[in-house]
Design a protein around this ligand. Sequence first.
Ligand SMILES: [Zn+2]
Length: 485
Amino acid sequence: MNLPSAMTGRRFTLILLGISASVLNCLSQVKTETRLAEEVSRSRLLSQVRDLVGFGPRIGGTSSGEKAASYIVRTFRETGYNPSVVKDPSHLTFEYKAWTLAVEEPRQLRKLIRNEWIGGFSPSVAGTSSELVYLKDVGKATKAAAVGKAILTGSSFSEKEYRRLAEYGATCILQISPRLDDAYSNWAFINDLSPSKKNPIPLFNLSYRNGESLIRALGDSEKVVIRFSTKTAIDSTRPKTVVATLDGESDKYYIVCAHGDSDSGGPGADDNASGVSTVLETARILKKLVATHQISRPRYSIKFIVWGAEIFSTESYVKLHAKELRKILGVLNLDEVGIGASRNCLYFESNDVSQNDSLMKVLDSLACEYAGKTGFWSEATTNPSQGGTDSYVFFPQYLRRLKVPEVKIPSVTIYTAAWNELKAIPQTPGWKSKAWHGPEDTVYVDYSPYYHSSLDVPERTTEKEPFNMVVAAKAVGIALVRLAW
Ligand SMILES: [Zn+2]
């Protein structure tokens, strides 16, 4: 019988055609990913961070936040986008205009203050000289000890204790940074006062060593006098969030985002000018590949978003889009991709929530394929939730809190460092990545010694380890090619 053999022959041809089509697809995908990776510009990534840090802390709604938002709009426009600016609801913001802090007496300590930093929500005060007194425990302060004095302390204090010190007549507080193995010895961890227009006295954050030097001087019965002044603005303002869309065939979309403010109120090069710069660079490259027909228009749209204020602006976005949250196919949030003190690792968080499974598998598989290749990460892993960044706003329990539909949106944060010391966290069972060089059951979360500090500046972070942003941009770009096309 001829018929079956003819059928078999046709089927064989179809199978062959099918195989060759998928091989071609695969080849063109590899080509696209290679082109994309080649296009990532280290110098652009670095200069964008320098530019952003140059504006100041970029708190959404303040003048440096406005400058940063305009810069982001301009950069999106220059790369072919038509960005929109969303004015978020108003919230209380802090901006310093100027501040000074110096030791007046003893003379030999006059050059001590170098990398200290003003605490957020400090009020404006004219130049004041005060004798310094060390209080080990602020909670035990007496009026006699505090009146007319600048208070030096290493302890944390409550709102109530702060207000009591002011009532006793203290003029300001100098808080000493915590002692960690690798952080804050010569630079200051930035603590803020509670957001309020009515805080009575300013707060300054001191490096650990300078705190020690002052305690020693006081212990030697030396009289220590400091002089300080602050000019600040505390107002209700509206952060600006910038959105640029790469249009796809569908109005369903992926979000690639980063918080645009330095949430510590410091320079924020790693946290989070690095994330913003990586969003801008990924957006530029994908637009260029589409515009030059090196890649087709994507199946799904991609929204590149720089939040005016971390969490606050993200919450506002979710509330504003409450009726169309189902259109969001996934969120890739970049937060701290500028440094990694102890490993060269790219992390993908959160692998412990079920709606993230398929997105995490895409990320983990590309992480394994490229790990160790020239120009890529040497190590990568997914890790369980740690919280505290914009990706969490898209999770069902958070959506419930915001009283919007509890849609299951896959949402991931990509980073190279978190916190200020190495943290070991149990790995989610089943998620040991082939790209992870550490133990199977533990993830060592890398850190930044400059986390939320006065020296989270480009020279210490992004300039020292420029490859972090480069590999983050490559990973996000490749992930999008696999997800949105
Ligand atoms: Zn951050």
